[in-house]
Design a protein around this ligand. Sequence first.
Ligand code: ACO
Length: 168
Amino acid sequence: MMAMAHPKLTLRPYLAKDTAVLREIFHDSIADLTDEDYTPAQQEAWASVADDEAEFGKRLGSQLTLVAMLETSPAGFASLASGNKIDMLYVHPAAAGQGVGAMLADALEKLAGGRGAEKLVVDASDSARDFFEKRGYVAQQRNTVSVGDEWLANTTLHKQLAVKREAS
Ligand code: ACO
């Protein structure tokens, strides 16, 4: 195949048939992009959340899940849960640093805002925290969550979507 200098990046809604490849993206993203912040045991516990493909598909399907396509291949995905919470944002390591995450976050912010949400909430991994802060998310609190036999730290951040109305 001919190398493409500017591969085309697009978004589309999640389809049930995407589940297996999104599970791979989830695994590879955690394995390759979070190793500076989490131990191998923590990464393994985190990735094992998607071990049950049917369960993972149910989670993706029950949320507003978008898939980023680089040409014809999924390169990342993001999901919005309960109107104003970003539940998942994962980019394949081979596609990292090319604007895939920004495009997904941008789309979720627009969708949440369009549905009337005034702010977006995210429990960001330590590996993704700078990414979110760069986009205007503000840290609220540190959390430690139990995943399998491990404890993982993350940070709750908020981004104001609508202009705050003055109290009248
Ligand atoms: N640290 C600092 N800056 C970053 C990072 C980072 N880890 N990742 C991206 N950026 C910056 C980029 O430099 C870029 O800046 P620019 O606009 O000035 O050029 C901007 O953020 C956008 O970068 P993208 O290329 O759009 O980011 P990418 O496609 O690489 O996706 C993501 C970022 C989603 C954090 C990816 O690295 C990833 O999947 N990480 C591992 C999985 C993970 O931790 N996901 C979040 C879990 S928490 C949750 O799901 C809610």
